[in-house]
Ligand binder design. Structure first.
Ligand SMILES: NC(=O)c1ccc[n+]([C@@H]2O[C@H](COP(=O)([O-])OP(=O)(O)OC[C@H]3O[C@@H](n4cnc5c(N)ncnc54)[C@H](OP(=O)(O)O)[C@@H]3O)[C@@H](O)[C@H]2O)c1
Length: 257
């Protein structure tokens, strides 16, 4: 039986979150975010980059002051060489605080390692916010084990967010590393990829959709896994949360592996 909750920092949250990289600002989307939390989502994933700032602003408008137990994670430092320079990260982080209408970001990720800025310098900038109290926990995105270990020498790393799903498996060793080290592994693009014919058959057997089986597979893959499927539909979101109740047999898990 998969655990329905996972500890992120010092809070236990529902093990399926919500990705918001298509969230634009509208009355409907403000209502959608509130309904998502009411439906049981406790980890909302956004970034400084998303929808030109609309995603963070919409979440800020919908949730501030944030309900107890609900985590909003955001990210900064995306966009290519130079974007991980400390002064840019400080500026983005301060903008994220304003857009989200909060004083402390619960989980802040370095969105990408900057090829021109040593990872230690980018993480050092985020650590300054952690020391100041404007960031509570730190994460890092699209990284290998060496980079995570370098990052951890600067600041504790609570979460790693990498591209991972049924078809994209280049980070298997990172999943195992995070599991062993007690770091939350957040797979992005969790619903992409294809489990082939076996997926459709297993879905039929569980009277579930292939996407639900995909999520159930991820949950089963590691107890450290916390997928953040992106959706703008409350029906889809509820369907995604319902995947928490699906238990795959060992044979089903292996057939999709
Ligand atoms: N760290 C990074 O660099 C990085 C990169 C990319 C993404 N991300 C994060 O990861 C999140 C997830 O990625 P993603 O949203 O791009 O891809 P995804 O979660 O793999 O798939 C989202 C797509 O699936 C659809 N969908 C969701 N639930 C569904 C359901 N139950 N039934 C049918 N369709 C469903 C969505 O459309 P509907 O709106 O119609 O449901 C959308 O088209 C993003 O939102 C973002 O927060 C992070």
């Amino acid at each position: 039986m998969n655990e329905a909750h996972l500890r992120v920092g010092d809070l236990d949250v529902t093990r399926i979150g919500l990705g918001t990289n298509r969230l634009t600002k509208s009355r409907e989307n403000v209502a959608f975010i509130r309904s998502a939390v009411a439906a049981g989502v406790q980890m909302i994933d956004t970034a400084h980059l998303y929808t030109g700032g609309d995603s963070e602003e919409t979440i800020g408008e919908a949730l501030s002051p944030f309900p107890e137990g609900c985590i909003v994670a955001t990210k900064g430092g995306f966009g290519g060489p130079g974007r991980g320079r400390p002064e840019l990260l400080h500026a983005e982080l301060e903008q994220s605080l304003r857009r989200l209408r909060i004083d402390t970001i619960y989980l802040y990720y370095l969105h990408r390692v900057d090829p021109e800025t040593p990872i230690e310098e980018s993480l050092g900038a985020i650590k300054e916010h952690r020391d100041r109290g404007t960031v509570r926990y730190v994460g890092i995105s699209e990284v290998g084990i060496d980079q995570i270990e370098r990052a951890r020498r600067v600041v504790p790393i609570a979460a790693v967010q990498n591209h991972y799903n049924l078809s994209e498996r280049k980070y298997e060793s990172v999943v195992d590393y995070c599991t062993e080290e007690g770091i939350v592994f957040v797979p992005f693009f969790p619903l992409r990829g294809d489990g082939g014919g076996a997926l459709a058959e297993i879905a039929r057997r569980h009277r579930a959709t292939p996407r639900q089986i995909t999520l159930a597979w991820l949950l089963r893959r590691s107890p450290a896994m916390l997928p953040i499927p992106g959706t703008l539909s409350l029906d889809h979101l509820k369907e995604n949360l319902a995947a928490l109740k699906i238990d795959l047999s060992d044979a089903e898990f292996e057939a999709l592996r």
